[in-house]
Design a binder for this molecule. Structure first.
Ligand SMILES: Cc1cc2nc3c(=O)[nH]c(=O)nc-3n(C[C@H](O)[C@H](O)[C@H](O)COP(=O)(O)OP(=O)(O)OC[C@H]3O[C@@H](n4cnc5c(N)ncnc54)[C@H](O)[C@@H]3O)c2cc1C
Length: 412
C-alpha cells in the first residue's frame, strides 16, 4: 500500500508544472472565445493531443499512480485553466473509465485507444447513461438492449440525454437495461463502435456554463452492435442476472438502492476526479479575487483592508484546501483498494462542488461590478461552477449516498 502523503514527488511536480503551463498559456487565452462560441474546441484538443495531454497513455499513467493523486492534480490544473475547455479535453475519460471499470482486458485494449484517436486525427468519446426520465434515478432508465442470438448481436433502442460529447463521439458507451424487471441490477454497458448505423445526435443543449463542452441527446434506433461490445462479456452478465433473479425471487430489492450497477461503478470511480475539477475552478476564482482585493482601492485603502473582505478570502482559501484534502484522501483510498466505508468519494465530490459554487460567488462579490461583467473571468467561472452540484450525482444524491453508508439505513 502506498502511504498517504501530502507531498508531491518529483515526477508529480513536473507533471503538475507542465499542465499548469498548458493551462496558463493555451487554455486561459482561449477560454472566453470558446465560451462565447459554444462549440467543441477541436484546435485546443488537438494542441493538447500533440503534446501528450490528450492521450490514453497520459491518463492511464495518472490513473495508475499508486499515490492516487495523479488524476486529481491533473484535473485541478486543467480546470484552473478553464472548465469548459477542461471538460472538452477530459470528457472522453468518463467513457474510458466506464470501459476500465466494466470491460475485459481485451475490450480495454480495443476501445480505449479508439476513444482518443491520434494527435493527427483526434477523436472524443461519450458516456451515455442519463435519460429524460432517468437522471438521479439511474435504475429507471428505459433504453433496451435485446440479444439477437442468431447473429450474436445486441440491439439497442432508446433516447439518452445530456451526454457529454454525445453524437460527436467516435465511441459511445451506452448503459441499457437487459431485464427491466431487475431495475439497476438488470443493466449493462455497451460500446457502440464508430459510425454504427442507427445512432444519431438529437438536440444539442445551450447551457449556462461549461459552454465549450458539447452536451447533447443521443438517439438509438435499432442500433446493432456485435456481441463482443457488451462490456464484461455475456457469461459474466448471465451470472449476474441469475444472481439478481434469485435475489428478486427471495424478496430482495431490485430497484434504486439495490446495489452496484454498471452506471454506478463508473460514477464511483470518477467522483473524486470531478471534485478535483471543481477545486481547479475555485482556486482560479480565489486567486483573481485575492489579487483584486489587494489592488482595488475604495475609501482610500485597498478593499482587503476591510475584515469583511479579508475574512471572506480566508474562508475561501480554507474551504478550497479542505476540499482538496477530501479529494486526495478519496483518491488515495480508491488507488489503494480501501473501502469507502463512509462514502468518502461522494463526500469529496459534494464538498468540492459546493465549495466551487460558493467560492466563485464570493469572488464575483469581491470584484463588485467588474465581477458581473465578461471583462473579468470570475463571471464565467461562477457559471461553470454551477454544474458541479448537478452532474456526476447532484449534491442531494451525494448526501443520500453518504447518509445511507454511515447509517446502514435505506434513507430516502
Ligand atoms: C452539462 C451536463 C453534462 C452531463 N454529462 C453527462 C454525461 O456525459 N453522461 C450522462 O449519462 N449524464 C450526463 N449528465 C446528466 C447528469 O448526470 C444529470 O443531470 C444528473 O444526474 C441529475 O439528473 P437530472 O438532471 O435528471 O435531475 P433530477 O434527478 O430530476 O433531480 C432534480 C432535483 O431533484 C433532486 N432529487 C432527485 N432525487 C432526489 C432524492 N432522492 N432526494 C433528494 N433530492 C433528490 C436532485 O438533487 C435535483 O436537485 C450531464 C448533465 C449536464 C447538465
Amino acid at each position: 500500500m502506498s502511504p498517504f502523503s501530502l507531498e508531491l514527488g518529483e515526477d508529480q511536480l513536473a507533471v503538475r508544472d507542465w499542465l499548469h503551463g498548458f493551462a496558463a498559456d493555451v487554455m486561459r487565452p482561449a477560454a472566453a472565445e470558446w465560451d462565447e462560441r459554444e462549440e467543441t474546441p477541436w484546435p485546443i484538443i488537438q494542441e493538447a493531443a500533440k503534446i501528450g495531454i490528450y492521450s490514453l497513455d497520459f491518463y492511464a499513467q495518472q490513473y495508475f499512480d499508486p499515490s492516487g493523486v495523479g488524476i486529481p492534480v491533473a484535473m485541478e490544473e486543467l480546470f484552473w485553466g478553464d472548465a469548459g475547455l477542461g471538460l472538452a479535453i477530459v470528457g472522453t475519460t468518463l467513457a474510458a473509465v466506464a470501459v476500465l471499470a466494466n470491460g475485459t482486458d481485451e475490450q480495454i485494449g480495443t476501445w480505449a485507444p479508439q476513444m482518443f484517436g491520434t494527435p493527427d486525427d483526434v477523436k472524443v468519446a461519450a458516456f451515455c447513461s442519463s435519460e429524460p426520465d432517468a437522471g438521479s434515478d439511474v435504475s429507471a432508465l428505459r433504453t433496451r438492449a435485446v440479444y439477437d442470438e442468431a447473429k450474436d448481436e445486441w440491439v439497442l433502442n432508446g433516447t439518452k440525454t445530456w451526454a457529454t460529447n454525445g453524437g460527436i463521439a467516435a465511441v459511445h458507451v451506452v448503459v441499457a437495461t437487459v431485464d427491466p424487471a431487475l431495475g439497476a441490477r438488470g443493466q449493462a454497458s455497451f460500446v457502440v463502435p464508430p459510425a454504427t448505423p442507427g445512432l444519431s445526435q438529437g438536440q444539442k443543449f445551450k447551457k449556462h456554463g461549461i459552454r465549450a463542452s458539447h452536451t447533447a441527446e443521443v438517439v438509438l434506433d435499432n442500433v446493432r452492435v456485435p456481441g463482443h461490445c457488451l462490456l464484461g462479456g455475456k457469461e459474466k452478465l448471465d451470472e449476474r442476472l441469475a444472481r439478481a433473479r434469485e435475489r428478486a425471487a427471495g424478496g430482495g430489492k431490485t430497484g434504486s438502492g439495490a446495489g452496484k450497477n454498471a452506471a454506478m461503478a463508473t460514477f464511483e470511480a470518477s467522483r473524486p476526479a470531478v471534485g478535483a475539477q471543481a477545486i481547479g475552478i475555485a482556486r482560479a476564482a480565489y486567486e483573481v479575487a485575492l489579487d483584486y482585493a489587494k489592488t482595488r482601492v475604495q475609501f482610500g485603502r485597498p478593499i482587503i483592508d476591510n475584515q469583511g473582505v479579508a475574512f471572506t478570502l480566508a474562508d475561501m482559501r480554507t474551504r478550497i484546501d479542505a476540499a482538496r484534502l477530501l479529494v486526495w484522501r478519496a483518491s488515495w483510498m480508491a488507488a489503494n483498494q480501501q473501502p469507502f466505508t463512509a462514502a468518502e468519494g461522494s463526500m469529496s465530490k459534494l464538498y468540492a462542488g459546493e465549495t466551487a459554487k460558493w467560492v466563485t460567488a464570493q469572488a464575483m462579490q469581491i470584484l463588485g461590478g467588474n465581477g458581473f461583467t465578461r471583462e473579468y473571468p470570475v463571471e464565467r467561472m461562477h457559471r461553470d461552477s454551477a454544474i458541479y452540484t448537478i452532474f456526476e450525482g447532484t449534491s442531494e444524491i451525494q448526501r443520500l449516498v453518504i447518509a445511507r453508508t454511515i447509517s446502514g439505513l435505506p434513507i430516502r
